[in-house]
Design a protein around this ligand. Structure first.
Ligand code: AMP
Length: 430
């Protein structure tokens, strides 16, 4: 098979790396890719927002399958464009991608299909109406801009003044552009957050190994939210009873609802959940894999990924074998100093060869540029230093051992990725 992967981050590097080891894959492209990906796949320039252009590229290359990494091209309808041209793509249609592209659509969809989620207080186009509603609500609330806002469109707060400021930013100052309207106000749920991801052809479901990410910039979950400073995966993070509850109350009704309203969902579905005292409830859907979660996931994936993804687009996921390495894996993100605020790019990266010598570790590139034999930083998240082990402690120790070999000016990473979980899950054998 000839496969084209779309995207340029750590998620796509991990997919490319695993696909390269697939016996069924004989050629791999990545568009546009990054410095690290170019060492493992043929990188081709592309603007992923130009869905017709990307479909034309896939046709010219003669790909058998295209895998969409990020959400933007899916929300813009790349799956529909590929389908029109008879080209195979893994990822949901524009209509289904609204689960991620519109918080209001997702909320109304969940109401129609009785999928547990936070109570809606209102959906507002006008700031005065949103402010009036806030005055009637006691306690913490959540405000959500409708569209894609690169992680900046949600506020959880107990302070009315802060909530009113967010109303002004999204509905009056148009800080989020068209994505800011309408504004959804909902109940703040209490509990433990959990991400649950599946691969599905709309009918059959292959649950992915459980993962957890770390969103805050600094140790001890301090500092601003980021795209993700690390993630881990370990056996035992999720009990079989809870997993069945998530499948029966959330995942299956979601897929059945989409099949009924439009067409069977195809691709990865990510459910951001809150485990509350009255059961798991949906905080958000994503129509693709999480990043950095994909990096520890691909370290544990133990089947022919190309064959599994092809079976999915053919509606035959039940015939594919999806196995996971027992044990655990951990990804430590190395970021540019200052991220998620302003940072400098273009710093030379040293120590990648030394890190590559560590057996069980793999350095995925999230934001690098290659120039001749040298690598330079090119974005906020730079590398995902990832390792696999028999236990969460072993995997995490190995990831940090590899991270310590790597240097660039002002590099920043958290020192506590997976550390509190290693006491309770993924004990395995050290
Ligand atoms: P979202 O993009 O909808 O997942 O929101 C981003 C983050 O906001 C989530 O990961 C949660 O930490 C938090 N969040 C979203 N909705 C709620 C809610 N209803 N109650 C509590 N926290 C929430």
């Amino acid at each position: 098979m000839k496969i084209l992967v779309l995207g340029s981050g750590g998620r796509e590097h991990a997919l490319v790396w695993r696909l390269r080891q697939s016996p069924s894959v004989d050629h791999l492209w990545c568009a546009p890719g990054n410095g690290g990906i170019c060492a493992e796949a043929e990188c081709v320039p592309a603007d992923l927002k130009d869905v017709a252009g990307v479909a034309g590229l896939a046709a010219r290359l003669g790909t058998d399958l295209t895998v969409a990494g990020p959400e933007a091209p899916l929300v813009l309808g790349i799956a529909d464009e590929f389908a029109r041209r008879g080209l195979a793509l893994l990822g949901p249609s524009k209509a289904s991608a609204r689960l991620e592209g519109s918080k209001v659509f997702a909320k109304e969809f969940m109401a129609r299909h009785k999928i547990p989620t936070a109570q809606t207080f209102g959906i507002f186009d006008r700031a005065d109406a949103a402010r009036a509603a806030l005055r009637t609500i006691d306690g913490p609330v959540v405000l959500k801009a409708d569209g894609l806002c690169a992680g900046k469109g949600v506020l959880v707060t107990s302070e009315r003044a802060e909530a009113e400021k967010f109303v002004a930013r999204s509905l009056e100052q148009n800080e989020f552009g068209d994505s800011g309207t309408p504004l959804l106000i909902e109940e703040a749920l209490q509990g433990t957050e959990l991400s649950y991801m599946v691969l599905t052809d709309g009918e059959h479901i292959a649950p992915l190994a459980p993962t957890q990410d770390h969103k805050r910039a600094f140790d001890g979950d301090q500092g601003p939210n980021t795209g993700g400073m690390g993630a881990y995966s370990a056996d035992g993070m999720l009990s079989p009873a809870l997993e069945e509850q998530i499948l029966s109350t959330i995942v299956r009704p979601t897929l059945a609802g989409l099949s009924m309203e439009q067409s069977p969902y195809n691709g990865f579905l990510y459910c951001g959940l809150m485990l509350t005292s009255s059961g798991p409830k949906v905080l958000e859907y994503n129509c693709r894999l999480g990043d950095p979660e994909t990096q520890p996931l691909m370290m544990r994936f133990d089947s022919d990924l190309g064959a599994v993804l092809q079976a999915t687009v053919e509606g035959q996921l039940d015939k594919a074998e999806v196995r996971w390495k027992p044990g655990a894996s951990t990804c430590v993100v190395m970021a540019s100093g200052g991220y998620p605020g302003p940072f400098e790019a273009g710093k030379p990266i040293a120590g990648l060869e030394a890190a590559a010598q560590i057996s069980g570790a793999k350095v995925f590139h999230a934001g690098t540029r290659r120039q001749e034999a040298a690598y330079y930083t090119s974005s906020g998240r730079v590398l995902g230093v990832t390792a696999v082990g028999a236990s969460l402690r072993a995997a995490t120790d190995l990831a940090y051992q590899a991270a310590q070999k790597i240097h660039f000016d002002d590099a920043h990473y958290r020192n506590d990725i997976a550390r509190s979980a290693q006491q309770t899950v993924g004990a395995g054998r050290d």
